[in-house]
Design a protein around this ligand. Structure first.
Ligand code: PAF
Length: 285
C-alpha cells in the first residue's frame, strides 16, 4: 500500500501527525539529518522502513552545532534532490523546519550531556555537542517517534544522543546503524563533496589507516602506542592530511586505553583541504 508523502515545516503539525499515527497503532521511525543525503543516510532510512510502519526524515541544517568560521553557510543544501529520493524510497513525511521555527526569539535552553562531550570532537569544536544535544532533544520532542536512527560514523554523537535519551528519560529507542563506505573504503559523508579529486584520494588514507590497525591487531599487536604510530606514519606517507586525533577508546565510552584488552573503538579526525573528516572502527570484539 502506498502512503502519501508530505513535507511539514511546523512542529505542532508534525507532532500531531505522529500522535495520530501512533494512536492508529503505527510504529514511527525518525531519521534526523541535515540533508545532502547520501548512502549513509539512506541506510538509516532503509532500517527505519524495515522496522517501522511510518518513517519521518528531518532535514535541518542546525546553526547551533557549527562554530564560528565553520561551514554552516556553505554546508551542502540539496532539498529537491533529497525530497525526490525520500519520496521514491517510501518515506512518509519530511520535517523541514525553518531556523525560526526551531529557535524562536527568546530560545535559551541548552542541553549539556556532561563529560562525554569534552574530549575528541569537543576539543576542536567546544560548543558542537551543546548544539547537537539541544537540537536532537528538540527533534525527539517535535517528532516523538518510537525509534530514532543515527549513523555510527559520528561515534561520539551516538554516545551523546544515548546519554541525553537516558538521562532525560526520552522514551524513543535510539538505534545506531553501521558506517556506509564508498567502494574504496572511504566513509560516506556530506562533506566529502567539498573535496577535489586529489583531496579525495588523499582522504582515503584515513580509512586505510583504520584497515592497517585492524590487520596489525589481527596479527597480534595490542599496544596502542605502536598501533597509533603506524597509523600516523601511513597517513603522513600519503600527504595532504592533517591528523587532528587518532584515539583508542573503550567501546561505548570516550575513555582512552593503552592496550587492546576488550572491545575498542579507534576514532579519528583529519583535515583535508580544510574539510574535517571523521572515521572509526571497532576492534577487539
Ligand atoms: O548527524 C547529523 O546530521 C546531525 O548532527 C544531526 C543528528 C541531524 C543533528 O543536527
Amino acid at each position: 500500500m502506498s502512503i502519501d508523502f508530505k513535507v511539514v515545516t511546523r512542529a505542532a503539525e508534525m507532532r500531531q501527525a505522529i500522535v495520530h499515527a501512533q494512536q492508529a497503532g503505527k510504529a514511527v521511525g525518525l531519521v534526523p539529518t541535515m540533508g545532502a543525503l547520501h548512502g549513509g543516510h539512506l541506510s538509516l532510512v532503509d532500517a527505519s522502513l524495515a522496522e517501522c510502519d511510518r518513517t519521518v526524515v528531518t532535514i535541518f541544517v542546525n546553526p547551533t552545532q557549527f562554530g564560528p568560521g565553520e561551514d554552516f553557510d556553505h554546508y551542502p543544501r540539496t532539498m529537491e534532490q533529497d525530497l525526490a529520493q525520500l519520496r521514491e524510497r517510501g518515506c512518509w513525511m519530511v520535517f523541514a523546519p525553518t531556523v525560526e521555527e526551531m529557535y524562536p526569539a527568546g530560545h535559551e535552553t541548552i542541553v549539556d550531556v556532561g563529560s562525554i562531550r569534552k574530549p575528541l570532537e569537543g576539543v576542536a569544536r567546544p560548543r558542537h555537542f551543546f548544539g547537537v544535544a539541544t537540537v536532537v532533544l528538540k527533534l525527539l520532542n517535535m517528532v516523538p517517534a518510537d525509534r530514532a536512527y543515527f549513523g555510527q560514523k559520528d561515534y561520539q554523537q551516538t554516545l551523546v544522543v544515548r546519554k541525553l535519551a537516558s538521562d532525560l528519560n526520552v522514551p524513543t529507542e535510539i538505534c545506531v546503524c553501521p558506517i556506509v563506505r564508498e567502494a574504496d573504503g572511504m566513509a560516506m559523508s556530506s562533506r566529502n563533496a567539498y573535496l577535489s579529486p586529489s583531496g579525495r584520494r588523499q582522504a582515503l588514507a584515513l580509512s586505510q589507516s583504520l584497515e592497517l590497525a585492524k590487520e596489525m591487531f589481527t596479527a597480534g599487536e595490542t599496544d596502542v602506542a605502536r598501533l597509533h604510530a603506524k597509523m600516523l606514519e601511513s597517513i603522513q606517507a600519503v600527504g595532504g592530511v592533517e591528523v587532528e586525533y587518532i584515539a583508542f577508546v573503550a567501546a561505548g565510552t570516550v575513555d582512552l586505553v593503552q592496550q587492546i584488552e576488550g572491545p575498542t573503538m579507534i576514532v579519528l579526525a583529519g583535515r583535508v583541504e580544510n574539510t574535517r573528516l571523521l572515521d572509526n572502527c571497532q576492534i577487539g570484539f
